[in-house]
Design a protein around this ligand. Structure first.
Ligand code: 6PG
Length: 239
């Protein structure tokens, strides 16, 4: 489902509202709310709103578990670290115990970090299928999402839940959740804003079928819902 929004603020408020309602539904249904956060600039305003009224007190924070869709293998206090950004914009202001935060730790050891995160997920979900209740994803101008980058072999991963990827121009590797894991979610919400995303949004929704799939197009929840929250600027090349 595609939802168009006038601007960043209305989109961010709608995302926070959806998060709050889904949190209440999940906790009522199975006493916890498992969330995957994305990095990047787009979700920052949404994260700020979640820590503010009216959203803050509507969310059953003691039952919320926070995971990440990807992480850059840099120190936790590095401004490029996704978990660090989420902590500073939202999580540090909330009543969350350490055990409720599940950051990907991969500084200096990407492959080991990926293996450890997959093992952590197996321990957390136990015999239950690893079905996250809510996943935020962003969209890169090249069509990537999480750190499923256009040229990475992680795009072909069909079994493992985590993978290591790398941009040639970056001095660090990344650990990302893979499409097989992301596609088990109950709800995936892409947040896309800004004129700089208009061309990739056009490619996503108007691409001829012969065009090779963009990484974001691999995200097709098997039995969950997929929402695209797009602002007018990013949707400006759609009919
Ligand atoms: C990352 C993000 C990435 C992000 C997109 C969009 O760690 O880089 O998880 O997938 O969501 O690159 O980033 P912006 O929101 O900054 O445009």
């Amino acid at each position: 489902m595609i939802k168009l929004f006038e601007n960043k603020e209305t989109l961010s408020r709608a995302a926070a509202e959806l998060f709050a309602t889904q949190a209440q539904t999940a906790v009522t249904a199975h006493r916890r709310f498992t969330v995957v956060l994305s990095g990047g600039e787009t979700p920052r305003r949404t994260y700020e709103l979640l820590a503010q009224e009216p959203y803050r007190s509507r969310i059953p924070w003691p039952q919320v578990h926070i995971f990440w869709g990807d992480e850059r293998c840099v120190p936790a206090d590095d401004p490029r670290n996704n978990a660090g950004v989420a902590r500073r914009t939202c999580l540090d202001a909330l009543p969350l115990a350490r055990e409720q935060l599940h950051p990907i730790v991969c500084e200096g050891a990407p492959s080991l970090g990926a293996e450890k995160y997959a093992a952590h997920l197996r321990r957390f979900f136990g015999n239950d299928p690893p079905r996250f209740d809510f996943i935020f994803l962003g969209l890169g101008e090249d069509g990537h999402t999480a750190s499923l980058l256009p040229t990475s072999k992680a795009l072909r991963e069909q079994v493992r839940w985590t993978a290591v990827t790398r941009r040639p121009e970056e001095a660090f590797s990344r650990v990302t959740l893979t499409a097989p894991l992301l596609n088990q979610a109950a709800l995936v919400v892409f947040l896309v804003m800004g004129q700089n995303k208009a061309r990739v949004v056009q490619s996503l929704f108007k691409a001829p079928s012969h065009q090779p799939l963009l990484p974001a197009q691999l995200i097709q929840p098997a039995s969950g819902e997929l929402y695209w929250f797009i602002d007018q600027e990013a949707a400006s090349l759609l009919d």
